[in-house]
Design a binder for this molecule. Structure first.
Ligand code: BGC
Length: 374
């Protein structure tokens, strides 16, 4: 069964999530089938020093900043010529469209894309295919096009499930008895991941919401109500400010907030602190430096370890396979239906991190390991 979601499916209301929950549950525990290859792209091989284009979104979180440098250095080390571009902060979609077209014109053999807007690259990836380039969607799926060959990412549905479970665990640790009062946040509506994260989290939370054990104080459970445009901290802070005013004035307690990433988690915590309230259990994602510090200080509750170094290394591995004329390794052929095709994917496992396992989780990360000592 096709389990994950095109953007349109991701945008359904909470009411329909029950059906999706069933799909998500079905998947649990099932190891991804290692199908070892796919007939998606004609891998003909190309010159060892060929141009590889990498089009990344604007730097909305640390992982994107890291990815750019890792791609530049890694592709160079592998002998390729690289063209790594970021979309600007405001005209993101138009920037990225122009950057991809330029890569096609320059003769890139592979174009790796972290999409700014999943549904707005149809023309550009068509151009790429017509010019004989292979298109790899990196971290974020590209939707509504048959012209994307592969998808490489951490398992995004699993990320959401881990976030939902962490929210519950954190709240139970503070207050063993239900009900718990929460608010839900999701990412930017133009990023396909936002719906997948949210649906993964709702796979865990929805049964408890239905039972009345988890109460969404504001009643805002639809992804349209929870979305934070552009993944911007200021938009999350603003929404939290208004929720606090509308729903949590006086002594009304907020036990937890589902936050889809670290940038938004810190904005939510800033808002709550500003209102003089106790910090609720707040989830996150990305293992950003400031959030790891916050977790060690007992403020943010959790984050997700999605090691960008691994994701970039695996992507460069895919490029090397294509260069050699062999099919890249694929471990998921069912999950990522982009509305036009099921995109063969290589998914890496995300890891939940709280104060309890931070030292262990970041032991091999020279930047984060020192933050978890003592
Ligand atoms: C990535 C997250 C990131 C978010 C905002 C998502 O597509 O998967 O890791 O936090 O974009 O940049």
């Amino acid at each position: 069964m096709r389990k994950y979601l095109t953007r349109s499916i991701a945008m359904i209301g909470a009411a329909a999530l029950l059906t999706l929950s069933a799909c998500g549950t079905e998947r649990e525990g099932a190891a991804p089938a290692d199908t070892g290859g796919s007939a998606a792209a004609p891998a003909k091989g190309f010159a060892a020093d060929a141009l590889i284009g990498v089009a990344l979104p604007s730097k909305t979180s640390e992982n994107w900043v890291l990815a750019g440098d890792l791609f530049t250095n890694g592709l160079k080390e592998a002998g390729f010529t690289s063209d790594v571009q970021y979309a600007g902060a405001s005209t993101t979609v138009a920037d990225q469209q122009a950057q991809i077209s330029a890569m096609v014109t320059k003769g890139a053999k592979v174009i790796v894309i972290g999409a700014t807007d999943a549904a707005q690259l149809t023309t550009q990836v068509k151009q790429a295919k017509e010019a004989g380039a292979v298109v790899i969607a990196y971290d974020r799926l590209i939707t509504n096009t048959p012209d994307v060959d592969y998808y490489i990412a951490f398992d995004n549905f699993k990320v959401g499930q881990l976030q939902g479970q962490a929210l519950l665990d954190g709240m139970k640790a503070k207050k063993p008895e239900a009900p718990w009062t929460v608010e839900l946040f999701s990412g930017s509506p133009d990023d396909n991941n936002s719906g997948v994260f949210f649906n993964g989290a709702m796979d865990v939370l929805k049964p408890l919401i239905d039972k009345g054990d988890v109460v969404v104080g504001s009643g805002q459970t639809d992804i349209k109500q929870t979305a934070i445009q552009g993944w911007k901290a200021e938009n999350a802070q603003q929404r939290m400010d208004s929720l606090l005013t509308s729903t949590y004035n006086g002594d009304k307690k907020l036990d937890g907030v589902l936050s889809p990433n670290d940038t938004l988690a810190r904005a939510i915590i800033t808002s709550v602190k500003g209102a003089g309230k106790d910090i609720p259990v707040v989830t996150g994602q990305d293992s950003e430096v400031e959030s790891v510090k916050s977790i060690m200080a007992g403020e943010q509750y959790s984050t997700i370890n999605k090691d960008t170094r691994k994701l970039v290394a695996e992507t460069i591995g895919m490029v090397k396979s294509l260069q050699a004329g062999t099919e890249p390794t694929i471990n998921d052929k069912d999950s990522y239906d982009n509305g036009q095709k099921v995109v063969p994917a290589y998914l890496l496992p995300p890891v939940i991190v709280t104060k309890d396992n931070a030292a262990e989780s970041y032991a091999n990360d020279p930047k984060l390991a020192p933050l978890t000592q003592g």
